[in-house]
Each structure stands twice: as structure tokens, then as C-alpha cells.
Design a protein. Structure first.
Length: 230
């Protein structure tokens, strides 16, 4: 039985290094661990979710692909479902950046001990990057993928014990994306400019938000400057 991943899920899977045990936090249908075990990227996997519904679906899919001996499902919140050093690679994907950050903060040592974290926040990427930099994690790769009109960014990171100095704009656009000249970066920046324009329209008549407006205007200029350099 063939399992082909596309778009966001395929990019997440492609960023996972060879590992012994993968933990997929917020696994949903368990497609990524199934794909990675079947393709020999990881020897075993843990597929966990906070809701019983997705865990049942994941279990059914794992059984369908005859991988019950190699992939274990667990019900629970975030990294609470794994022990320290149990998984050498951890995926956390498909949730808001603020929630994702809270899950990392709640079990920081598990994140520190992992060889690699593959993160795919649905929003608030600046929150994730700030937490990683402030907690001495290295972002060694990032990539953007498009699914229809939406764009998603996958962040690959690991603990290296060195806190990074950063600008505000580096939190909004990852340095790895700029350095590698990600082919979707210009389109991503144009999308962010449109989002800022919509926010500025809403703030137009609100004088008490002058400081906030200035921040968005500065961000917009930074995005435009980057587009012109690409």
C-alpha cells in the first residue's frame, strides 16, 4: 500500500534526519511517522495527540500499514507523552506558534536532549524563533512550502548552548531563508506586506495605537527592502 505525502506534510517528513526513535507530537492521522518508518528514516516512532479521536485514527492507520510493532500511539499533552532521551528526533507541527512554544517550555529538557526538532507552526513564527534563540537553540535550516494560497514554514533546530543575537526582523523572517534564497521567500514577503496593510487599515483611526502602527510600518519597509534584494 503506497503512502504519498504532499505539500506541508512532505516537507516536514523530508526535514527529519535518520534517527532511532521519532516522536510526532500532535500526530493527527500518523501519516508522517508511517511514511518515515516505511522509508527507513526512523526505526521506531511514537505518535501522540492530546485528543482521543486523532489517536484512534492514528492507531487504525498504523494497523492498516502493519506497523503496530514499530509505531506506538499515546494520548496526552505535548511532550508529556515521551520520556527524557526516549526520542532523538521530535516533530511538533500543525499548531499555533504560541502553543508550540508553551509545549517546548513545559518540557525544555526533552527538547534540549533531542538531536533534532522539526517544527511547523501555523502562525506566530517570530514567537518560536525568539524562544529558540533565547534558549540557546540553533536554527540550522528553514524552508517554505505552498499549499494553494497558504504558505507554511518548517523550522529545523537543535540545542547548541549558544544564545544568538538577533534583530526584530530576523524573528519574522528566518536568516536561513534569506541565506539560502528560498524560492518562495519573495512571495512569502509579499503576502506579509498585504497582511500588514490590512492591519494598518484597521488601526488607521485609532490614535492610541500610534506606537503599534509605527512597528508595523517599519516591518513593512523591511519586507519591501528584502523583496528588492531577492
Amino acid at each position: 500500500m503506497i503512502l504519498n505525502l504532499k505539500g506541508r506534510l512532505k516537507l516536514i517528513a523530508d526535514k527529519v534526519p535518520k534517527c532511532n526513535v521519532l516522536a510526532d507530537i500532535g500526530t493527527d492521522h500518523a501519516y508522517i511517522p508511517i511514511y518515515l518508518v516505511r522509508n527507513g528514516v526512523c526505526k521506531k516512532a511514537i505518535a501522540s495527540d492530546i485528543k482521543i479521536g486523532p489517536v484512534k485514527i492514528a492507531s487504525n492507520n498504523i494497523s492498516l500499514y502493519k506497523l503496530s510493532e514499530k509505531i506506538e500511539t499515546r494520548l496526552g499533552n505535548g511532550l508529556d507523552t515521551i520520556e527524557i532521551d526516549e526520542a532523538d528526533t521530535i516533530i511538533i507541527a500543525g499548531m499555533g506558534g504560541t502553543l508550540l512554544t508553551e509545549l517546548l517550555e513545559a518540557n525544555k529538557q526533552k527538547a534540549v536532549n533531542a538531536n533534532a526538532l522539526v517544527l511547523q507552526p501555523m502562525n506566530d513564527l517570530h514567537v518560536i524563533r525568539k524562544w529558540l534563540y533565547d534558549n540557546a537553540f540553533e536554527i540550522y535550516d528553514e524552508e517554505i512550502v505552498a499549499e494553494g494560497p497558504k504558505m507554511y514554514c518548517v523550522i529545523c533546530t537543535k540545542f547548541n548552548g549558544k544564545k544568538k543575537q538577533y534583530t526584530d526582523f530576523e524573528l519574522h523572517v528566518g536568516q536561513s531563508l534569506i541565506e539560502k534564497k528560498d524560492p518562495l521567500l519573495a512571495s512569502y514577503c509579499k503576502m506579509k506586506v498585504k497582511q500588514i496593510d490590512r492591519v494598518l487599515e484597521q488601526l488607521e483611526d485609532m490614535k492610541e495605537n500610534d506606537v503599534l502602527k509605527s512597528q508595523y510600518i517599519r516591518q513593512k519597509k523591511d519586507y519591501i527592502n528584502l523583496i528588492e534584494k531577492l
